[in-house]
Design a protein around this ligand. Structure first.
Ligand SMILES: Cc1ncc(COP(=O)(O)O)c(C=O)c1O
Length: 359
């Protein structure tokens, strides 16, 4: 039986000596709450994504809530989102009092199906939350054509393009997450980005409760700290190196795994893939509800921690039906470890175990 100490974890933040140095310097400075590092991070992140400005907040979920509030979305409004995503978009929508309309995904990309989104539009639809899952951009061109404001959710995807446009530059608002295992990490953290100054000003005033002209019951303490911003900024400086390693690892997995029984991730024409996750599909598990769990446990016995990439599609929590592609992803998609500081030895071990378990 493999002990936990020898397990290869599913994800792990890449923390360098520079990261340790910069955060220690901030700690020593005595200025650790929201301050100049947060402002610098907002400027550099906006430049990196390719938009006018950003407002740093405490998490990606908070960023989603503030994006909805900035668009004045609330009771009586509907927000479209895919079912196959974590709970954050649904939670944010609930917190502003709006109704979440779930739609299916395209199982080949794991992203929202623009046709399903179009069918779900009503007179009350005020926004579409567009998560770009696992490092692959959603079909922004088709979604843009629907004429509804887009909120791009870049929690899992940065620095890649759809039809030559960087993700994060197409929606009216874009949200990011800097959770410990995201592409850039701050432990916890988030940001709302936009080209619209008035939206960003509104978000800034909602993120804090003090020093405001009038009390606003929807404002709260949702600030990021300088300590977190300094870590994320230090990571931002290594983004290209991270990306290079991710692409290398993806190619290594692809060379061992491409077969009739395993569908490896790929980018449709006009899109690039950032491989935040390497999510394979195992179509033969389609008719076996417990197959994936059994596979994960066999890999765990070999010392490899793999996961279902989405814990449970939202429609299953909410007892809704009619989401065949989300159901298929839920039964057949497996996320295998891929992160910048995964060692070559670990990659080899993962490849060997996968070949053994999948054959
Ligand atoms: C697509 C997506 N959106 C939003 C979030 C929420 O981000 P956070 O955990 O920082 O609140 C996550 C986090 O996992 C995510 O994957």
């Amino acid at each position: 039986m493999t002990t936990v100490a020898t397990m290869i974890s599913h994800s792990r933040p890449a923390i360098s000596q520079e990261d340790l140095q910069v955060t220690a310097d901030v700690l020593r400075s005595g200025q650790i709450a929201q301050g100049p590092w947060v402002e610098r991070f907002e400027r550099e992140m906006a430049a990196f994504v390719g938009v006018q400005g950003g407002v740093a907040v405490s998490s990606g979920t908070a960023a989603l809530e503030l994006a909805l509030r900035a668009l004045r979305i609330g009771a009586g409004d509907e927000v479209i989102m895919p079912s196959y995503v974590c709970a954050a978009p649904w939670l944010a929508t609930q917190r502003v009092g709006a109704q979440a309309t779930l739609v299916d995904i395209d199982v080949n990309t794991f992203n929202i199906d623009p046709l399903a989104a179009r069918r779900a539009i009503t007179k009350k639809t005020r926004a579409i939350i567009v998560p770009h899952l696992f490092g692959l951009p959603a079909d922004l061109t088709a979604l843009e054509g629907l004429g509804i404001p887009l909120i791009e959710d870049c929690a899992q995807t940065l620095g890649v393009t759809e039809q030559g446009r960087l993700v994060g530059t197409v929606g009216r608002l874009t949200v990011c997450s800097f959770y410990a295992t995201k592409m850039l990490c701050a432990g916890e953290g988030g940001m709302v980005l936009s080209n619209e100054e008035t939206l960003l000003e509104g978000i800034k005033s909602l993120r804090e409760y003090d020093g405001v002209a009038a009390l606003d019951p929807s404002s709260f303490n949702l600030k990021l700290t300088d300590l977190q911003a300094s870590l994320a900024l230090s990571q931002l400086g290594r983004f290209s190196a991270f990306q290079e390693r991710r692409s290398f690892l993806a190619a290594a997995y692809r060379s061992t795994l491409s077969s009739k029984t395993v569908v490896c991730p790929s980018a449709p024409p006009g899109r690039t893939h950032g491989y935040y996750r390497f999510v394979i599909r195992l179509p033969h598990l389609r008719s076996n509800p417990d197959g994936l769990i059994g596979l994960i446990s066999r890999l765990e016995q070999q010392g490899i921690h793999c996961r279902k990439p989405v814990f449970r599609p939202l429609h299953r929590y909410l007892d809704q039906s009619g989401f065949p592609h989300s159901d298929e992803a839920d039964r057949t998609a497996l996320s295998i470890p891929l992160y910048p500081d995964l060692t070559d030895d670990e990659v080899q071990q993962i490849q060997q175990s996968l070949v053994q378990v999948l054959s």
